[in-house]
Design a binder for this molecule. Structure first.
Ligand code: PGA
Length: 243
């Protein structure tokens, strides 16, 4: 399966950066062996969709509400994001879990809402540093997957150890490979044979200097890139590492 390189801009980016970061992507990724996705803030989706139209670069959002519509001031539904041009949506990112108290049950409801709106969900899982030190990372991720994925889940998984996000610290290659193998087992257990085909991205301090090694590991189906996706040259280098 083709690897997927996803740029998660988080709460960064004005129109001026969109031109700088997104404009070069269609030409740069035209002949690549990897799929490319950017997830800018929702305010930029419509403008990004216009820039990426007709290219192989996909567009995604960073969250959605679990309801289809209604009295939820300030929130965005999956169908609104789809309407604005998004085709993917990141759900259950550790920053949402920490900042907004999102539980696995909420993540699951959001996955269901995204699926109804024809958005491809990218469900993020990963342990904190304390959990890794206590050697319970597999249990933590297992319970996030069991709780967050509805029956018949079809989408992407992103393994993002919380302690590696934005810190410049990356797990040992063997630890990434071991967790991805573990996630594959849980997916097959949870979803049957369709669990074999889902892409499992690695995320957490992916940079041009480590991308090639991370992307070469077994069961790594791509990368979710935060900080480095805000630098056009760095993101391009990571895309090329996948190809
Ligand atoms: P980072 O973020 O690449 O800045 O570590 C990754 C993420 O949170 O998706």
């Amino acid at each position: 399966m083709r690897q997927l390189i996803a740029g998660n801009w988080k709460m960064n980016g004005l129109l001026a950066q969109l031109a700088e970061l997104a404009q070069p992507l269609p030409a740069a990724s035209a002949n690549l062996a990897a799929d490319v996705l950017i997830c800018p803030p929702a305010t930029l989706l419509t403008a990004a969709a216009a820039i990426l139209a007709g290219s192989r670069v996909a567009l995604g959002a960073q969250d959605c509400h679990e309801a289809q519509s209604g009295a939820h001031t300030g929130d965005l539904s999956a169908s609104m994001l789809r309407d604005a041009g998004a085709r993917f949506v990141i759900l259950g990112h550790s920053e949402r879990r920490a900042d907004h108290g999102e539980t696995d049950a909420i993540v699951r409801a959001k996955v269901e809402a995204a699926t109804i709106a024809s958005l491809v969900p990218i469900v993020c899982v990963g342990e904190t540093e304390a959990q890794r030190l206590a050697a319970i990372q597999n249990d933590v991720v297992t319970s996030q997957l069991r709780g967050g994925l509805p029956d018949g889940y079809s989408g992407v998984i992103a393994y993002e150890p919380v302690w590696a996000i934005g810190t410049g610290r990356v797990p040992q290659d063997a630890d990434i490979a071991a967790m991805h193998a573990h996630i594959r087992v849980v997916l097959i257990e949870r979803l049957g044979s369709s669990g074999r085909d889902l892409r499992i991205l690695y995320g957490g301090s992916v940079k041009p200097s480590n991308a090639r090694a991370v992307l070469a590991l077994p069961e790594v189906g791509g990368a979710m890139v935060g900080g480095a996706s805000l630098n056009a040259a760095d993101f391009m280098a990571i895309i090329h590492a996948a190809a």
